[in-house]
Design a protein around this ligand. Structure first.
Ligand SMILES: [Zn+2]
Length: 318
């Protein structure tokens, strides 16, 4: 979690107000015009005829001991330096919204109010951007981890915050989190999150439609299997005309580690070896085809592409 001290250090180091620190920044920079903060938490792009909006849910830091427990400091420092990554592992939460004709699809939902104090801003920001809850036609999940799924719960009532939308999750993902004793099937630090995921999935049981990888779940929007981070993790392919965008979820999470050292073990992946295999195949394909990507935790707004670099890859922001 981000302490106030950490967040203020981040703010001063970056010298800008963005995303996640908006609430804190509101306190630290009392009197800052609200529209400045709001603008910095929303990014727009075009994909053919579709309009892509990326909205920040907030930011958090990941302890290195948790995600890279078995790597010597010197190796980490060298890799991070080569990729210009901050020493501290800072995770953005870049939520993708696709508007294409009558379709308004939300891909992942942020964390809601109950996971970390620095997250949970997506739902309100979407409304501030002019999207009413009933306007959302599809809610599509890459996976069910708290920072992607818990924001679906309506903070003012029961069920989904977007009650008229079709809610889609990969079948393998939904089924994984519903098994009895789920807390024993995840890394130790995810135990309480796992029971929270299961409780919310049961709460939304009648609303969630399951789908298989390959399925077109909304016009021009399809699931593609990218397992490992979670067993049923999918990325979302968005197509408009001849253009394509891959919304990665957590298949590639860190600009230095995921791209520059895709075979390093990443501590928040549930099936570490499958995740490595997925990353390598994905990077190879995305670099070859020069496809646009959005990474949920990549540097804000997470939009860019993959380029080969030596024996590995690098993230090129756009
Ligand atoms: Zn995540």
């Amino acid at each position: 979690m981000v302490s106030e001290l950490t967040a203020s250090r981040l703010l001063s180091r970056r010298g800008v107000l963005w995303g996640a620190s908006a609430a804190l920044a509101g306190g630290l920079f009392a009197g800052s015009p609200r529209r400045v903060l709001a603008a910095s938490a929303t990014h727009k792009a075009k994909l053919g005829a579709a309009e892509i909006t990326i909205v920040s849910d907030g930011v958090f830091t990941l302890p290195r001991s948790l995600v890279l427990p078995d790597k010597p400091d010197a190796d980490i420092a060298a890799l991070f330096k080569a990729h210009g990554a901050a020493v501290e592992i800072v995770a953005e939460t870049n939520v993708t919204v696709v508007r294409n004709g009558p379709t308004l699809a939300v891909i992942d939902t942020g964390a809601g109010p109950d996971f970390m104090p620095t997250l949970g801003k997506f739902g309100d920001r979407l409304e501030e951007a002019g999207v009413k809850p009933d306007d959302v036609t599809h809610v599509i999940f890459t996976h069910a981890h708290a920072d992607h799924f818990w924001g679906v719960i309506d903070p003012l009532g029961d069920g989904s915050r977007w009650p008229k939308a079709k809610h889609v999750m990969a079948r393998v993902e939904r089924d994984f989190w519903l098994v009895e004793g789920i807390e024993d099937k995840v890394p130790a630090f995810q135990k309480s999150m796992a029971t929270g995921i299961q409780r919310r999935l049961k709460e939304l049981a009648t609303m969630i439609t399951v789908a298989e990888p390959g399925a077109e779940v909304a016009p021009g929007i399809a699931l593609v299997a990218t397992p490992g981070h979670t067993p049923g993790h999918v990325s979302i392919v968005v197509r408009s005309g001849s253009e394509e965008l891959v919304v990665l979820g957590d298949a590639l999470t860190h600009a230095a580690v995921s791209f520059g050292a895709p075979d390093w073990r990443w501590g928040s992946d549930i099936d570490v070896d499958v995740a490595i295999k997925t990353r390598k195949a994905l990077l190879d394909d995305l670099a070859a085809r020069k496809v646009a990507i959005i990474g949920y935790h990549l540097p804000w707004p997470g939009l860019g592409r993959v380029e080969r670099q030596g024996n590995a890859y690098r993230f090129v922001a756009s």
